[in-house]
Design a protein around this ligand. Structure first.
Ligand code: NAD
Ligand code: WQD
Length: 346
């Protein structure tokens, strides 16, 4: 059985779907601070399977112990955490507590129960402003905000753990820019309030919920001056987690891999691709650069292919098509009425 922390969230829900589809048993632990149980309900409906869903916090040691006692857990996929870069600057302690203390508590309890296989959500943000692209895993790391620092700290803690006890099997997955939605349009990204990220913002402009997109700068040294990123379809990303679980089956130690496509796309390219996918015009204005942004960031995905036997398959047309399907079918995101049965361990 796989424990998925943060399984109700954007990437977690897509990963749960793929896990169920490949006949894994899944128990989700989520406190729903940034998600709704509806996503899990929809995953179950789509797959025609069941998960165990536990409402609770990954920092709650007593709850974790109950979970590991009640279920025969073989491995953990650890998504639970906070991810808003700007908010992390305003409220750093909340980020360090959730992301770092949560990750430490989880592995302490895993060790108590002899469960030592772990897949962790890291981020390309650990590379800071890279000296060149594409980015390889051995590039220098350095962060510019508490969110990024929390991810880098956890990476370091987990590497130290694997040195102290080499029987740990840990995959540190550095995601680039996850976008899109499941092709059914039933699950997707449901940000609170005004989206910070490009793709959900564009989708809301296309649907008429927002008037125009602000493009943060067109004076970067990129082909058209707008920021270039490695957008990766969330289904490809989810499959990367299954590949990592497989790879850890016969390998002790730590795997650190980029999950990206290796292709960089500019903001203007994404706007055009979304217009083509949706048949809608995306009005935009060029605005000043966003503080903390970098020009270009995309992965060298070779190591993931080598170590995980995984590569991204879907391009920006599929990403935009699926993001648009999700947006049109769920203009207000998830609603609260659909519920899964939750277990209470309190
Ligand atoms: P998300 O917010 O949609 O999902 C995170 C889930 O964790 C939510 O369901 C939330 O309710 C839950 N959660 C948060 N704190 C918790 C806690 N203390 N205890 C239990 N549950 C908790 O975010 P996502 O986009 O799915 O991201 C998943 C992970 O991937 C995060 O760790 C994030 O930092 C990382 N990541 C995300 C991106 C991205 O752009 N989306 C990029 C790189 C890395
Ligand atoms: C993409 C491009 C913007 C919004 C962030 C986090 C990173 C990771 C993924 C978790 C950039 C431009 C955006 C808008 C715009 N998360 N843009 N107008 O900044 O690459 O990464 O999410 O680990 O840590 O920093 O993603 O989607 O915000 O921006 O012009 O309204 O779109 O300037 O070039 P980013 P993004």
């Amino acid at each position: 059985m796989i424990l998925v922390t943060g399984g109700a969230g954007y990437i977690g829900s897509h990963t749960c779907l793929e896990l169920l589809q490949q006949r894994y048993s899944v128990v989700v632990l989520d406190n729903f601070c940034n998600s709704k149980p509806t996503s899990l309900h929809r995953v179950e409906n789509l797959v025609g399977g069941k998960m165990t869903v536990v409402r609770g916090d990954v920092r709650n040691r007593a709850l974790l112990r109950k979970l590991f006692t009640a279920y025969q857990i073989d491995a953990v996929v650890h998504f639970a955490g906070l991810k808003a870069v700007g908010e992390s600057v305003q409220q750093p302690l909340i980020y360090y507590d959730n992301n770092v203390v949560g990750s430490v508590t989880l592995t302490e309890v895993m060790a108590e129960y002899g469960v030592k296989t772990l897949v962790f959500s890291s981020s390309a943000t650990v590379y800071g402003d890279p000296a060149s692209v594409p980015i390889r895993e051995d590039f220098p790391v350095g962060t510019t905000n508490p969110y990024g620092s929390s991810k880098l700290m956890v990476e370091r803690i987990y590497r130290d753990l694997a040195v102290a006890d080499p029987t740990w099997r840990i995959a540190l997955l550095r995601y680039f820019n996850p976008v899109g939605a499941h092709q059914s349009g039933m699950i997707g990204e449901d940000p609170n309030g005004i989206p910070n990220n490009l793709m959900p913002f564009i989708a809301q402009v296309a649907s008429g919920r927002r008037e125009h997109l602000n493009i943060w700068g067109n004076d970067y040294s990129t082909p058209d001056g707008t920021g270039v990123r490695d957008y990766i379809h969330v289904t490809d990303l989810a499959l990367g987690h299954l590949a990592a679980l497989q790879a850890l089956q016969d390998k002790d130690g730590v795997l650190t891999v980029n999950l990206g496509t290796g292709q960089g796309h500019s903001v203007l390219e994404m706007v055009s691709a979304f217009e083509a996918a949706s048949g809608k015009k995306i009005p935009y204005r060029i605005a000043p650069r966003r503080p903390g942004d970098i020009g270009a960031c995309y992965a060298d995905p070779a190591l993931a292919a080598q170590l995980l036997g995984w590569r991204a398959e879907l391009g920006i047309d599929a990403m935009c098509r699926d993001a648009w399907r999700w947006q049109s079918m769920n203009p207000e995101g998830y609603f609260e009425t659909e519920r899964v049965q939750e277990l209470s361990f309190a």
